[in-house]
Write a protein of this length. Sequence first.
Length: 309
Amino acid sequence: MSFDEMDVDTIWMNGEFVDWEDAQVHVLTHGLHYGSGVFEGVRCYETEEGPAIFRWEEHLERLYNSCKPYDLDIEYEPEELTEATLELIDRQDLASCYIRPIVYYGYDSLGVSPGDCPTDVTIAAWPWGAYLGEEALENGVEVMVSSWRKHASSQIPTNAKTTGLYVNSMLAGEEARRNGYVEAIVLNKEGNVAEGPGENLFLVRDGEIHTPGLSESILDGITRDTVITLAEEMGYTVHDDATISRGELNTADELFFTGSAAEVTPIRQVDNVEIGDGGRGPVTEEIQSRFFDLVNRRTDDHDDWFTYV
Ligand SMILES: Cc1ncc(COP(=O)(O)O)c(C=O)c1O
């Protein structure tokens, strides 16, 4: 859905709430030219206690950590960004939403070295439904293994959520969609499975759960961590440091994506090969249902994962 069709009117920019249409940057902004920004994508769920941001503290921690390799220096304390976000949601009366904090080198000069460019900080929030579609949550998505590889973590820090990294995600995702698939799976430089363009990947085999380890050029996903925690609590053995070869995708019993945007989305086909029975598998369904019960606060555990507006 286009922003123009949404009932949103405010953005927090460098310490101030500004009208949506006034949240502009100069065309010579450093981050626009060189991808020198870092960001987060966070969901806030509708609950009986009002809107609740899921794992805000962890997202904030990752945002500050993502700044480190690039020397981006956020002049605001985490508490100030939290306050701003809560007020932003409140001001716009959002029952549930997606939150997008972004930190980037702003306008001053355009050498590749950011020099005296300021570190600009912006937070937006808007309503956002299921990332890969409602139907995908139930029936799963068809994906292709992209011909593009992920950057190696020796080329760019893949554990930082850097704006510039996402041209790789865009190439992979658009290649998949041009070929009639919903999403891509991206291999790492070694040719093993890394993740989706905006999702981590899980594989189920013989009742055990596997997900590529952090050294496989993946983002250290917060939903990944959530699913590992929940699955272990549910009694599953989780191998969270796996190396998964391309061929193992085809022979998996089940595959699913995780992400703040994608939540828990089953994968029903890879390169036109059916995974398991070609629909949402039983382990995926169990984990997905546990996940949605949790984030919608139909259960009262892990309350420390929620920041209520
Ligand atoms: C490349 C990539 N991998 C994985 C994820 C999942 O991370 P998280 O669960 O923290 O949203 C995302 C989404 O942010 C992503 O962009």
